[in-house]
Ligand binder design. Structure first.
Ligand code: IDP
Ligand code: MG
Length: 162
């Protein structure tokens, strides 16, 4: 049965996903991007940048009391990060499923961290953990004009929308 266009539009959401410096250096960009792309999500923004330490501190502000905060911010600002925005129904929550648990020792096989990372301090990818975080992180990393609006012609096959 075809899904109603309005119901589909109402379910659409965006999340911020970043491949951290370890994932970029290890040549995992195409592997990771392809998992989101093949699932059926739409890429709406992408750029390669080296964040400053101050920027990393803003991104991880929720973790500033944690003992690993300083090292984490040094690490995020140590090299290129591939920053992206992905769009789709339920992409915030399901994107986290694709990524796997924070500690790769606990991530299921088949997830990005489960398949491609070993330790928590080098877990190769970031994904927003909820709708408010997603909105804040997208606004921190991207200018509104960097978010590209376009029709994905595969969408009617992915969602069954007429
Ligand atoms: P998440 O990336 O799965 O959302 P958070 O708890 O938000 O996990 O932590 C942010 C990042 O901080 C993690 O992805 C990981 O790189 C790092 N991190 C989390 N816990 C630890 C730890 O116990 N030791 C070292 N690094 C950690
Ligand atoms: Mg987090």
């Amino acid at each position: 049965m075809l899904q109603d266009q309005e119901a589909h539009a109402a379910e659409m959401e965006r999340t911020f996903i970043a491949i951290k410096p370890d994932g970029v250096q290890r040549g995992l960009i195409s592997e990771i991007v392809s998992r989101f792309e093949r699932k059926g999500y739409k890429l709406v923004a992408i750029k390669l940048i080296v964040p400053s330490k101050e920027f990393a501190q803003k991104h991880y502000h929720d973790l500033k009391e944690r003992p690993f905060f300083d090292g984490l911010c040094d690490f995020l600002s140590s090299g290129p990060v591939l920053a992206m925005v992905w769009e789709g129904e339920g992409v915030i929550k399901y994107g986290r499923k694709l990524i796997g648990a924070t500690d790769p020792q606990k991530s299921e096989p088949g997830t990005i961290r489960g398949d491609l990372a070993v330790v928590v301090g080098r877990n190769i990818i970031h994904g927003s953990d909820g709708p408010e975080t997603a909105e804040d992180e997208i606004a921190l990393w991207f200018e509104p004009k960097e978010l590209v609006s376009y029709t994905n012609n595969a969408e009617k096959w992915i969602y069954g929308v007429n």
